[in-house]
Each structure stands twice: as structure tokens, then as C-alpha cells.
Design a protein around this ligand. Structure first.
Ligand SMILES: Nc1ncnc2c1ncn2[C@@H]1O[C@H](COP(=O)(O)OP(=O)(O)OP(=O)(O)O)[C@@H](O)[C@H]1O
Ligand SMILES: O=c1ccn([C@@H]2O[C@H](COP(=O)(O)O)[C@@H](O)[C@H]2O)c(=O)[nH]1
Length: 248
């Protein structure tokens, strides 16, 4: 695993890291690959070790997505509830992996789950972050018809994170989905309006609008590349940065 380079200070004090649920499957078709989970926990631990405050949101695509359940006949809202519960399961697995590596962590849920997780509370979340505990925000926004990308941007804005980092299966934003179009070209930087105008589907448009309206920078990078997360936090040019261009 990459070691922090001597003399490089973290660019961010507080980050909101969105981890792809789907990427947690590793090479399987469903569920959680413990090797991927443990590697991600160690990479998060490296950030905590250099003083970065980490809020986490984990997707649920390795277990359930409401849209996919609805496509095979289930009521959409019920499917979305199952998707949100899937994110709680991933969050519990991540807390466990972090704690096994002696990294203090807790799970907050947007849906009340007494005895299993804490309920989401912004002020308490910020207090835990200040103490260096990893706060895992689960159950998305608590509402159907949203995604965990939107939840990540929402929580990032709420807790005054410096950046939202989307760790996913592709190494940035392309002109089209690189899995479907091998000729797609990668962007190093984009503005929110360019993402919206070109309908680049790496994140849902609600998430992009939220970040644009609150001037929250976003970086999309590959979570399967060991050391990429640390490099991003140290200011490296991994993936694609989405932010407003300063014309002054
Ligand atoms: N223009 C694009 N550039 C990059 N990726 C794109 C683009 N359009 C679509 N994608 C797809 O978006 C995916 C990432 O978004 P998605 O929300 O599906 O995954 P995730 O956030 O990694 O998963 P989960 O929902 O499980 O957390 C990529 O894996 C890629 O296939
Ligand atoms: O605010 C939210 C967040 C998520 N959902 C449901 O959960 C699944 C899993 O999340 P992904 O972002 O797709 O990984 C999502 O498909 C929705 O069904 C939700 O309803 N509300």
C-alpha cells in the first residue's frame, strides 16, 4: 500500500467519501468481498492517521437497488426501502472492518434503527468527526427516489466537508460510459453545468445540482486503484474534478 510521501500535507481537513456499493462485490455478483472491504477500511484508516476527518456514505448496488427491483415488478417505494436497508448492511460491515483495524467508527442511519445504529444527527456527526471518528452515514437520505450519490452530497454539504469524493469503478468522468463505449474520453476537470448539459451519467443529476448550488467540489476516481484515495487527499490529480470555474 502506498505510504504518504514525506512533507505532503492533506489538502482537505474534512471529506465526505462515497464508496461504491457495487465495487464492494469485487469479482462476485452479489454481496461483499471481505478483501475489498478490508482494503478500503485500511485506506480510510490511512486518512484518519494523517488527521483527515472522514464521513462515509456507501452505496447499496451490491445488494439491492429500487429501480432494478421495480423493473421486475416490485413496488418502487418498497424497492427503495430495501435499497436503503442494503446501505445500512454495508455500513455495518464497514464499521466492523474499521474497528477490527482499530479505527474508531460509528454508523448513523437516516431511518431509525434503535439498537443497531445511531439515528442521523448533524451536530452529533460533526462532533464525532472533530474527534477523529469515522462517521458512516447510512440509509441514504431516508427517502425513496433518491440515490446514495445525492445522500453523499447532502451529508457532505450539511457537515461542511471540504470536498465530496466519489470512489467508484471507473477512473473518472468520460464523454460516455467507458464500460459501454471504449472510445469514450476522460475529462480531467468539468464544471457542474458541463456535466448537466452533457448528461454525463456517472452521478445522478440531483447530486450534481446540489453540489453546484452549494459550491461543493466533487472528485470522481477509481476505488480499485490502491493508493488512489490517499493521493486524492494529498492533492494528487486522480480522476476528474468537478467544480465551478473561477473567472476572476
Ligand atoms: N460519462 C460517464 N463517465 C464515467 N462513468 C459513467 C458515465 N456514464 C455512466 N457511467 C457509469 O457510472 C458508473 C458509476 O455510477 P454508479 O452510481 O452506477 O455506481 P456506483 O456509485 O459506483 O455504485 P453504487 O450505486 O453501488 O454505489 C460507472 O461505473 C460507469 O459505468
Ligand atoms: O436516499 C436514498 C438512497 C438510496 N435509496 C435506495 O437505495 C438504493 C441503493 O443506493 P445506490 O445509490 O443505488 O447505491 C437505491 O438504488 C435506492 O433504491 C433511496 O431510496 N433513497
Amino acid at each position: 500500500m502506498t505510504q504518504p510521501e514525506a512533507g505532503r500535507q492533506p489538502r482537505y481537513k474534512r471529506i465526505l467519501l462515497k464508496l461504491s456499493g457495487e465495487a464492494l462485490m469485487g469479482s462476485e455478483n452479489f454481496g461483499i468481498d471481505p478483501k475489498v472491504l478490508n482494503r478500503m477500511a485500511l485506506e480510510v484508516g490511512q486518512l484518519v492517521g494523517i488527521g483527515v476527518q472522514v464521513g462515509l456514505v456507501i452505496g447499496g448496488g451490491n445488494l439491492f437497488r429500487g429501480a432494478a427491483l421495480s423493473a421486475v415488478g416490485m413496488d418502487r417505494v418498497t424497492g427503495d426501502h430495501m435499497g436503503m436497508l442494503a446501505t445500512v448492511m454495508n455500513a455495518l460491515a464497514m464499521r466492523d472492518a474499521l474497528e477490527r483495524s482499530n479505527i474508531p467508527a460509528l454508523v448513523m442511519s437516516a431511518i431509525s434503527m434503535v439498537g443497531v445504529t445511531d439515528h442521523y444527527d448533524r451536530r452529533k456527526a460533526m462532533e464525532h468527526l472533530r474527534k477523529g471518528q469515522v462517521v458512516i452515514f447510512s440509509a441514504g437520505t431516508g427517502n425513496p427516489f433518491f440515490t446514495t450519490d445525492s445522500a453523499a452530497c447532502l451529508r457532505g454539504i450539511e457537515v461542511n466537508a471540504n470536498v465530496v469524493l466519489k470512489a467508484t469503478k471507473v477512473d473518472g468522468v468520460y464523454t460516455a460510459d467507458p464500460f459501454k463505449n471504449p472510445d469514450a474520453e476522460k475529462f480531467d476537470r468539468l464544471t457542474y453545468d458541463e456535466v448537466l448539459a452533457r448528461q454525463l451519467e456517472v452521478m445522478d443529476l440531483t447530486a450534481i445540482c446540489l453540489c453546484r448550488d452549494h459550491k461543493m467540489p466533487l472528485r470522481v476516481f477509481n476505488m480499485n486503484k490502491p493508493g488512489a484515495l490517499l493521493n486524492v487527499v494529498l492533492g494528487g490529480a486522480e480522476g476528474t474534478l468537478i467544480e465551478e470555474v473561477d473567472n476572476d
